[in-house]
Design a protein around this ligand. Structure first.
Ligand code: SF4
Length: 487
């Protein structure tokens, strides 16, 4: 293991110049996110594309291996889904029960309607304590709230303690995956980020060297922080406690090193009782990383001795989603990332190409609930193959909800002109058998006789990366007419 910044590892000596990391979706004023454009840039970086696909497929395979080790896996999924649906159907009661019990445990409970209110509440707590620095563990909810940017604007330093999240923070990028935030980066990318921000050797991409360098740089900041922040994977109504699952123990540092602990919790995290927690703990890490359990499953009941604990229950669009007949079950999501790991579009396009806080199949469902127009391209970043639905530990009908978004976008006239026109033309062709047959014959002839430069144009999306298939000698219709009545 090399920890000397002047000595690159052997492998690095042989390394070719590193491929540039493709950046995420570009924002153009109020135009919808162009997922296809960002995905094309990711695909154009073959080292990144290959690594991303392989890493995530590896997680999917490990998940499958764990699943096959548990005979009652399907029963667990059914149970988890039922518990979540019950909790969501009685959310008002469980929230009140949780608040009362958490209060009895000595926790200050706050309610935030939206991201802005969440940020104001947390800022107020920090201001009241004279806090100037905050260490925090990974939380997608705080990403939703634009929390780091808000804190930067009010002069409070935020230090991410999860390694992947810290890499993304130092690179000024959003997480590209809800469980492994920097999974789209090669080691050489991380070496470049750390060289720029921590002063490490840019030519040394040895993982131990990089992890140690980050640890050395972060540890003093953690020890000196004025306040700590965590999210929560589950909040238990009957006990007023909450649970945080991590693999690095960083949530425990964030919660226990400073005297002030603030937890931001989405209201959908509620489960009724402790007995229900076990069902989710068995499913979560197996689905996420293919490991039986996270290294740390930390239960928080109240403030540490001499400390103070605040918990902010955040809505930020969740009540509205609860009222959406087609999409309310997306609130069952336990943020395991399994749907992302299995999705062929996500694996090949990278999480940042979705241009939203959430990416992959679950992001396609959640992002449009915040801004339909901005994320109107995302529901088309799916093959609707249903693999996401098949792996989801809480049985969310993900691909069906993605399809519902397509329908809604069409009804709201939010389809791009080209897609809308293509759909109209295709609809007419498919609804008239004669036109359909003539089109098939014309297309067959075009494929057979047109020169390549006329066939493989930029309008032929299929032919961009593959050969157009050879035409059949005979259509099924022609065969049927010829053979009907023959035994
Ligand atoms: S939708 Fe299902 S598979 Fe996807 S992150 Fe949520 S719980 Fe996991």
């Amino acid at each position: 293991m090399s920890t000397d910044p002047r000595k690159p590892g052997d492998a690095d000596m042989l390394r070719q110049p590193a491929e540039q990391q493709p950046r995420g979706a570009k924002l153009h004023d109020n135009r919808p996110i162009d997922h296809a454009e960002a995905a094309a840039r990711f695909i154009a970086a073959p080292e990144h594309g290959r690594m991303h696909d392989e890493r995530l497929w590896d997680l999917r395979q490990k998940r499958d291996h764990e699943m096959h080790g548990i005979a009652e896996w399907e029963a667990l999924r059914v149970l988890a889904s039922a518990i979540k649906e019950h909790a969501l159907a009685h959310l008002d009661e469980y929230l009140e029960q949780f608040e009362a019990n958490a209060h009895a445990n000595g926790i200050h409970v706050h309610w935030a309607r939206d991201a802005a209110e969440h940020n104001r509440i947390v800022h107020g707590i920090l201001r009241d304590h004279g806090a100037r620095s905050l260490i925090k563990s990974k939380s997608m909810l705080t990403e939703e709230c634009g929390f780091r940017h808000y804190m930067a604007a009010v002069g409070i330093e935020v230090i991410e303690t999860d390694l992947g999240e810290r890499i993304q923070q130092l690179d000024d990028e959003d997480p590209s995956h809800i469980v492994v935030p920097a999974v789209h980066k090669l080691r050489s990318d991380v070496a470049g980020v750390f060289a720029r921000t921590l002063g490490t050797n840019p030519d040394n991409s040895d993982v131990h060297y990089l992890a140690e360098a980050q640890r050395e740089a972060n540890r003093p900041l953690i020890l000196a922080a004025d306040a700590g922040m965590t999210g929560a994977n589950f909040a238990v109504a009957e006990t007023g406690t909450f649970v945080v699952c991590t693999n690095e123990g960083n949530a425990d540092l964030s919660a226990n090193v400073p005297k002030l602990h603030i937890a931001s919790v989405g209201i959908e995290k509620l489960i009724p009782g402790l007995e229900h927690l076990a069902v989710f703990i068995r499913l979560l890490s197996r689905s996420a990383l293919g490991s039986p359990i996270t290294q740390y499953t930390s239960h928080f009941r109240g403030p540490r001795a001499g400390g103070e604990m605040h918990l902010v229950l955040v809505d930020n669009g969740r009540s509205e989603r609860l009222g959406m007949a087609e999409f309310w079950t997306s609130l069952k999501c336990i943020r395991c990332g399994a749907c992302m790991n299995t999705c062929p579009v996500y694996r090949r396009s990278g999480g940042l190409s979705y241009g939203g806080v959430y990416s992959g199949p679950i992001g396609i469902i959640l992002n449009p609930t915040y801004d339909l127009r901005k994320y109107s391209n995302l529901p088309f970043a799916s093959t609707l193959n249903g693999s996401c639905t098949a792996v989801c530990p809480v049985k969310i009908n993900i691909h069906e909800q993605i399809y519902q978004w397509r329908r809604i976008l069409s009804e709201h006239n939010q389809l791009p002109f080209v897609k809308k026109t293509a759909m109209k033309v295709t609809g007419r062709i498919l609804s008239d058998p004669k036109t359909y047959r003539r089109t098939i014959s014309a297309t067959d002839a075009a494929i057979e006789y047109l020169p390549r430069f006329l066939l493989y144009t930029r309008f032929n999306a299929w032919g961009k990366q593959r050969e157009v298939p050879a035409t059949a000698d005979q259509t099924f219709h022609a065969w049927y007419l010829k053979n009907r009545g023959k035994s």
